[in-house]
Design a protein around this ligand. Structure first.
Ligand code: DGJ
Length: 329
């Protein structure tokens, strides 16, 4: 063996043992995405919270077909993610709503300034009951990465609650947007001041059999992307806009997605829309490319939201980076 090859071999073995992953500077939608330890990121149907100069990505921890709780990752640059562990696991207590075998989906975390607590909401299905429980669930922590303490699960104002997201508005009020009445209705409920429960301010956004709500606000306008309801199979996205969260919500004609496979949202389903910190008008569309044969192996589709003259489009890109908006004005 020549000495150069020997050196290469030694370095490869050391890097492998240390689990060093090269830093990345681009997003590659739909491709395997590894954390800084070299493991595939396991954070599906998730959401991101930016706080103290760090992004925290919360998502479903999946095994092949089931659910194992909520994972959390941290990042300073949105490209490279460090695994911070399980923020909320499933309980060994057979009387707990979140006992092993339950289904925990679409977790979102927001920070409550009044209580100084991090509050997580997610969609909960009780063990062995399929998707019939249709509950929202709440957990809380003093530390962003957890461990979160499970508080309760319920149907907001008695309404079924499946796919959901949270939205904290500029005035500190927070809302849960949720698919209700067997997913036929998309509803919104204002949260209590401590964010731990739903208030009776609860209204229907529209009744169009939509799920997977992803929401953002820009220049006093709210943008809401949803998917149709076809299980794990991808379908066409839809855009609604409003000047008030409680509505009325106006449908926007056409497909907000552009490019090959736009009609299947590029084979994915909306999960969240994340503002880029310090960059007004730069938002990232975050979606899941589900693999129902092995949910853990589902991929992520992150794409830049393009806003021009009040119009929104999301174009397919094989790879891109955060200077996208500067170079595509
Ligand atoms: C579609 C939802 O958006 C997902 O979160 C998940 O609940 C699947 N349905 C289950 O089929």
């Amino acid at each position: 063996m020549n000495s150069k090859y020997f050196l290469f071999l030694i370095i490869t073995v050391i890097a492998g043992n240390l689990n060093i992953t090269a830093q990345t500077r681009e997003f590659r939608p739909g491709e395997v995405w590894r954390d800084t330890h070299g493991d595939t990121i396991n954070a599906h149907g998730g959401g991101i919270l930016y706080i103290n100069n760090n992004y925290y990505w919360f998502g479903e921890k999946r095994n092949r077909h089931g659910s194992e709780g909520v994972n959390v990752y941290s990042s300073k640059d949105l490209y490279n993610w460090k695994y911070e562990g399980v923020a909320l696991g499933q309980s060994e207590d057979t009387l707990s709503d979140i006992r092993k075998g339950c289904v925990m989906e679409r977790p979102k975390v927001i920070y409550n300034k009044l209580t100084k607590k991090y509050v997580m909401w997610f969609h909960l299905e009780l063990k062995g009951k399929g998707y019939s429980a249709a509950r929202a669930a709440v957990a809380v922590s003093d530390k962003i990465t957890g461990p979160y303490q499970f508080i309760s699960s319920f149907r907001p104002n008695g309404n079924m609650s499946r796919d959901m997201t949270l939205f904290a508005d500029d005035d500190g009020a927070a809302y849960q947007v949720y698919s209700s009445r067997e997913n036929y209705d998309l509803r919104i409920t204002k949260l209590t001041d401590d964010y731990l429960a739903a208030t009776s301010k609860d209204t229907m956004l529209f009744s169009k059999h939509r799920e997977a709500p992803a929401l953002f606000k820009y220049q006093n306008k709210y943008y809401l992307i949803t998917s149709g309801c076809t299980g794990w199979a991808p379908n066409k996205a839809d855009l609604h806009v409003a000047t008030s969260l409680l509505g009325p919500w106006q449908p926007v004609d056409g497909n907000p997605m552009e490019g090959p496979d736009a009609d299947s949202t590029f084979g994915s389903q909306s999960a969240y829309i994340q503002p880029v910190a310090g960059k007004k008008g730069n938002f990232i569309f975050i979606a899941d490319k589900w693999n129902p044969k092995d949910l853990r192996d589902s991929r992520y589709v992150w794409l830049p939201v393009q806003l021009k003259n009040n119009e929104l489009k999301i174009e397919w890109l094989r790879s891109w980076s955060l200077d996208f908006w500067d170079t595509n004005k």
